[in-house]
Design a protein around this ligand. Sequence first.
Ligand code: ATP
Ligand code: MG
Length: 769
Amino acid sequence: MDNSEGMPPASLTHASQSNAQAAGGGRGADGEPSAADNHGGASIHPRLQAVIVVGRYHGLELDATDYKNIDGAPVPSAASLSAWVQSAGLWSRAVRLRWRNLLALQDSGPVILLLNDGSAALLTGADPDQKIVYLKDPQAAESAAPVAVDELRLSEVWGGETLLVRANRGIAEADAPFSMRWLFRLVMTERSTLRDLSIASVAISFLTIMPPLLVMTVINRVLVYHSLTTLAFISVLLTIFVLYETLLGYARRLIIGVLAIRIDAKLNLHIFSRLIRLPLDYFERHPAGDTLHRLHAVYQVREFITGKLLTTFLDFITLLVILPLLFYLSSTLTWLVIASACVLMIVILVFLGPVTAAMGQLIQAEINKATVMTETVFGIRTVKSLALEPQRRALWDERVADAAKWRWRVTLINNWPQTIATPISRFMWMGVMLIGAYMALSDNTGYMVGGLFAFMMLSNRVAQPLVGAAGLTEKYLEVKTSIGLAAEVLNRPMESNAASGGLRPRFAGAITFDDVTFTYPSGQTPALERVSFSIPAGTMLGVVGRSGSGKSTITRLLQGINREYSGFVKLDGSDLREINLRHLRQSFGVVLQDNFLFRGSIRDNIIAGRPGLTIDDVVRAARLAGAEEFIERMPHGYETQIEEGSPNLSGGQKQRLAIARAVITDPRLLILDEATSALDPESEALVNANLLRIARGRTMVIVSHRLSSLTDCDLTLVLDRGGVVDIAPHHVLLERCAIYRQLWAQQNRHLDSQGPRHAAIAPTLAQGD
Ligand code: ATP
Ligand code: MG
């Protein structure tokens, strides 16, 4: 082995020192926030890089910005790394291995060796015969060949700290479509709880058959033979049984409770994680009320599983225990009971179809109803200010009536099987009693009298599970409908594929649109047609055009919200569709016309949960956004609580907070879409004055109706009906672009007419004085 074979661990040393800071997720030496630094592939700590490479091997794209240093170690520790890997859904263990363990490691995928100097190496293979292992530098190119290392060389740099990573079976489960099968598998993960439950139920079943047997004995022995000692004995037994049954019942209810909570929690996690990965496009095209109602249907499913399904299952266990006893008591009567129960079952099954059909209609009507409610609540400002209350109420009345109609129909249909079942079950009872009495009369042994009592007490438990099973099918169909409703939301294609794969380049900020044509899925005409333009990094680009000309669409394509366009959108020359979606959006700052502020303090809202940011960053961002002045005037400054809908902030203040929230990560690219349109002239002037400062060192795309706020832009893009008309600085456009000139003239007409108007108003005021 020549000297170069020992190289990879040694060469890692240098990388680890220069990058230790980036791994902390903190700040660079120059005091600037270094959140953006974490994005670049080149500056990721070798240990994190090693984990990312192994994650990729297992088909998972990990994000270095998600890594949390949980134990405050100077370099990423095995425990922190393991927690990070596990939170991403892979199996991982931090272990201490010896040389011979390494030789035995085979085909389990790459293993991460945490080297003494704080860096890491990937163990890609081992050769026990030659006594060497193959190592790779995690930061080397994927195609680079591994290097052979022997025990001695490795022991110089590695003390045994190892991170094992494997694919987790759970991932497939989390991504499996939401369906009855998925649900069944979910329930089956609780196998051990179900087993405990079954054991408790069997025990309870045995206990419940005891009282009837005792009654039988009391009648046959005590009453017939006047045996008081037997009575006393039986009383003691009965007490013990009752105590046991009480205890077991308590345990059984606890187990059911635990089961319900566990299934509920798993369902909740699953649903939210799928919901939040749906593309924005989905939420724009579906009313929130509809989505919420559909998701709510899932809870019916949980109720079904831990309610009706479970009780029927447990009743069946009881049935299995008592059926032999019933046959022992009297096979004739048992057959009679079973026959009646079967008739009951058939009755319920016959009505299943109509009930389900009506049920489907009812659920749809309920969704329609819920949509009106949520829309009214979300749009209450518009409803009130346009005095639309009567119209909304009329619509609500109509939906309520519709839902009531279907509910009534369901009730009507549902009433039939129950009506028919009553005489059948009564006749069964009476039949058992009459036939039993007749049999007791003709029975010479005298045992039949007590047996009949016992039988009557137990027979009730035969019909229960059978009727329950029939009802279960009905409920099952209902639940299937609910699952269908929820599945329509949850089983849509998610963004995750785009979010987890792709490049993570470090952006400079050059943007190119190359022959881009895009039509919204629900639109007929293209929103953008053959759009081509190009701007270098660091440009402050204004975008103007009439309403509907495609300005917002351009910003949406840049953010990867819509990706079904033809042509190319390029960032620094790489195709946007190749770039990791999450990375892309984290590198952007976006401010819209209407920004949502979360409930919490101003500081929390500006940080928005992003790691590694401190109050200093918040103050800097607020200053950049021109928000510092009003925040400091607030009673609690940065700790001022923002309430839901932020009623305690003016529009301009909200907007400046949103800008601060966007610039705090120091994004390479900042998009402002009508961010200042809703502001009063003073706030707008304040924000605009800051824009030039904000723009320093980054690319900005500013969409605005007000051309006067874009005169400072390096370039202004003029759009019309989805096409590019021109792109040039303000003064050039004024000279050569007719549409721009026209827009400019429209907006600045007041400058010409100001004099006479003011003159006209002044005398009127004077008169009124
Ligand atoms: P404005 O100045 O009014 O904000 P804009 O220039 O930003 O207008 P866009 O929002 O880009 O215009 O819309 C361009 C075209 O695409 C319009 O004709 C619009 O009807 C259509 N459009 C926009 N958003 C959607 C959507 N989510 N679904 C379908 N069509 C859309
Ligand atoms: Mg717009």
